[in-house]
Design a protein around this ligand. Structure first.
Ligand SMILES: Nc1ncnc2c1ncn2[C@@H]1O[C@H](COP(=O)(O)OP(=O)(O)O)[C@@H](O)[C@H]1O
Ligand SMILES: [Mg+2]
Length: 372
């Protein structure tokens, strides 16, 4: 079955699409591409706060996802769309006399199904939250399928807006996988670069600015003292933690922006290394990096230095394009849902049990062999 996976992450840089041919337990990636968000959409997502804004964006993103997936001539039989997270609070918080965990991904599946005539699996996270989990991370299920090894301890690291690891000990069973968000990925760096370039650039291409700046070690030490980095997994992070308020805290250090960019870049790498060193239950042999941060050589250099004895590779070295990895993962998760199989890893999300994720929006007409 050909499944199109669609992912847009917390960096708000755009839409990643992967076309995956899944046959039983094996699959091959036929194609993958990225469509940047049109001008203004990123800011609109960041600013959306009224129900009207959110509802409009929900439908607009549905159109954009449908356009992104039909940009190339493939014939997927299923679309698996993660959507754009605009709120994620995996940890239950007191609310109106109860404790409520919540998450919201937008990009209306009805619009995607209507434009493409293809059934859509969307809203992957809520069911895991309903089952007592944090709704994230979900990709570890796929990391386990892709990267587990009988004799090598491996860590799959994705550096998107937030950075997250899937620690797969040598010969591990699924319930021995440890996965969590380590802290910031590119989100803080991106915000500082936007300030420094007055909005002309949204990220530190090839780590050039970080390479020019001087790390403020005292500031870095203060940042790394935050309790989050020592908290036991499962745990998740988001823009709620590393958005504007966090960046303002950095600005109060009154250092040149290039120095803050250098410091934020080392913070990303240090938080990842700290997470792995603290929470990997057994020796790690290989680190397999994906996400846009894998293209930042300063992050990659810090990673190698902070994790001596660990071989640092990218997912591309394993045949999985670094930009497509999460879209591929959601194609596989969507396929599991379509087949009626659970695909959360309770050890990663904290859910009480494995659950079938997502909501299915039917195609225009029942495909041959199904329905009537
Ligand atoms: N050449 C590059 N040099 C440095 N950073 C890059 C480069 N290309 C992409 N990035 C970073 O990767 C981010 C996008 O990563 P991505 O994996 O798409 O994250 P997300 O899943 O959060 O959208 C960009 O915002 C940018 O910070
Ligand atoms: Mg992205």
């Amino acid at each position: 079955m050909i499944v199109a996976g669609i992912m847009s992450g917390t960096s708000l840089d755009g839409i990643d699409v992967a076309m995956v041919d899944i046959r039983g337990r094996s699959f091959s990636v036929m194609d993958s591409w990225t469509v940047p968000y049109p001008a203004g959409v990123r800011q609109a997502i960041l600013k959306a706060s009224s129900p009207a804004d959110i509802a409009r964006l929900h439908f607009l993103l549905g159109e954009l996802y449908a356009e992104a997936v039909t940009r190339k001539k493939h014939h997927p039989e299923l679309i698996a769309c993660h959507g754009q997270t605009i709120h994620h609070e995996g940890e239950p918080l007191p609310y109106l006399g109860r404790r409520i965990a919540s998450t919201l991904q937008i990009g209306e599946a009805a619009v995607i199904a209507e434009r493409t005539g293809i059934p859509v699996v969307s809203d992957f996270r809520p069911r895991d939250i309903a089952a007592g989990g944090r709704g994230a991370p979900l990709v570890p299920f796929v990391d386990y399928l892709l990267f587990r090894h009988p004799r090598r301890g491996r860590v799959a690291l994705n550096i998107g807006g937030i950075a997250n690891v899937t620690i797969i000990p040598a010969g591990a069973r699924p319930d021995q996988v440890v996965a969590f968000d380590t802290g910031p990925g590119n989100m803080v760096i991106d915000a500082l670069v936007e300030l420094r370039t007055k909005g002309k650039r949204t990220f530190d291409k090839d780590g050039k600015l970080a390479a020019r700046g001087k790390v403020d070690t005292a500031l870095l030490r203060r940042l790394l003292a935050a309790p989050y980095y020592r908290k036991n997994p499962p745990k998740t992070a988001g823009r709620e933690q590393y958005g504007d308020a966090f960046v303002e805290r950095l600005l109060r250090a009154r250092r040149p922006l290039v120095d803050l960019i250098a410091t934020a870049t080392l913070l990303t790498a240090s938080a990842i290394a700290l997470g792995i060193r603290r929470f990997a239950p057994s020796p790690v042999d290989e680190l397999i990096v994906s996400g846009g941060g894998a293209k930042n050589p300063v992050i990659m250099k810090h990673m190698a230095a902070l994790l001596p004895g660990v071989a640092v590779a990218t997912s591309s070295d394993f045949g999985i394009d670094i930009d497509a990895k999460e879209a591929i993962a959601f194609a596989i998760l969507g396929y599991q849902t379509w087949r009626g199989r659970p695909s959360n890893l309770p050890s990663a999300t904290g859910a009480r049990r494995p659950v079938i994720l997502g909501s299915i929006t039917p195609a225009l007409r029942p495909p041959a062999g199904r329905g009537r």
